[in-house]
Design a protein around this ligand. Sequence first.
Ligand code: GTP
Ligand code: MG
Length: 197
Amino acid sequence: MEKIRSAEYVRSAHSARDLLQDERPQVAFVGRSNVGKSSLLNALLGKRALARTSSTPGRTQAVNYFLVNERLFFVDLPGYGYAKASKDKRRAWAQTLESYFESALPEALVVLLIDAKVGGTDLDAQASEYMTSLGAEPLVVATKIDKVPRSQRHRALAQVRDNVVLPAGYPVRAISAETGEGVRELWADILARLGPA
Ligand code: GTP
Ligand code: MG
């Protein structure tokens, strides 16, 4: 990114009718509960606590919009796959996600986060397939890479590619919101996809 001049919380949408209608581009953070979506959003913006994070899964429960440099939105989404959440909550989060994707894709740029240590899960593969069917071409990142010893990283990235059923050679970027590794490179990927300001 050019310099982050401003980054501010705009609003939370709990249902389809609250979703933001705005011409400016959206970058949406998608992945399992607790994978680090809100943390990565903060790391990209250089803000410690703009989006709320938690060590307990299920922290983000709505579609949260943040306006960056008045030119694009970062969209923090609820996660999927939190087995211990009640059935009602899981259904509500899935509905929130679905209405967001149906309204925002294919225009929104999806950043799909996969836990580098856990690897891709069946739900990640399903999410990827679903978003692709709506026309998304996700930027796939293997996050929490700081938890994977260097000697195992190549294998971890290959596993993500396999599990999420990405074509051979599909780029998977190693990222850590904790150490900042890969964050600049992800910014470059995002800007390249958004095109000129
Ligand atoms: P939900 O909103 O519940 O879906 O979770 P989330 O995907 O937004 O995850 P969140 O950013 O709240 O982070 C979950 C936990 O993972 C927190 O304890 C973070 O500190 C931790 N975490 C996030 N990113 C990283 C990372 O890159 N490395 C390490 N080691 N921990 C991380
Ligand atoms: Mg979150």
